[in-house]
Design a protein. Structure first.
Length: 199
């Protein structure tokens, strides 16, 4: 009976040590936020210390792998939205032109001048849309720096917000790490007991 109690105690202590070690290690990823000096050593959490580097690398990864300029352009002007954009573009142009046709021109060219313009716009809306896309690609998208936008947004976050984002994404995984520490500690406790028992 005494040996069983000894085994249970060693396993519990090993499990608690494993769990606490992993819990502290995870906490030290985020804390302390600001550098703390103890004797000759300065301590700071890994994430707050490397926030700028992480922001740059995260922004670069998102831009290259997930959200490039081409992805943005394809998303905004994809096949599903092109028909609607073309229709709206035609209506906007038609409305702008209608307001600029002088009454004298209508008298000379006939009352159906508006229909003629509408037919022309409908017939050439694909070419007009392509020209608009070329302008957006050459001018609009060249000024968009996805990486810089993401990096600036992350830099603007204070570390508590940044921590909430990271912890929110990895909460379940970090809990698993703690539980793994508990089981590993318990297993080490069992091994330690067996070693001492047979020696």
């Amino acid at each position: 009976m005494e040996e069983i109690i000894k085994l249970v105690v060693i396993v519990l202590i090993g499990g608690m040590i494993g769990w606490m070690t992993n819990k502290i290690a995870i906490k030290m990823l985020f804390r302390p936020v600001n550098p703390k000096k103890i004797l000759f050593f300065t301590f700071q959490g890994v994430f707050p210390k490397r926030k700028d580097v992480m922001a740059e690398k995260l922004a670069a990864t998102i831009e290259s792998e997930l959200l490039s300029k081409e992805n943005l352009l394809n998303s905004m002007f994809g096949p599903n939205s092109q028909a609607e954009i073309k229709a709206q573009l035609t209506e906007i142009l038609l409305g702008a032109i209608k307001g600029k046709i002088p009454p004298m021109a209508k008298m000379l060219l006939g009352e159906n001048i508006e229909e003629t313009i509408k037919d022309y716009l409908l017939k050439h809306q694909d070419a007009l849309f392509d020209q608009l896309m070329d302008v957006i690609k050459e001018n609009g998208m060249s000024s968009v720096n996805v990486k810089q936008l993401i990096q600036t947004r992350i830099d603007e976050l204070d570390f508590v917000e940044f921590e909430e984002i990271i912890f929110g994404l990895m909460k379940k995984e970090l809990k698993h790490v703690e539980i793994i520490g508990l089981f590993l500690g318990a297993m080490i406790g069992v091994i330690q007991y067996l070693v001492t028992y047979f020696l």
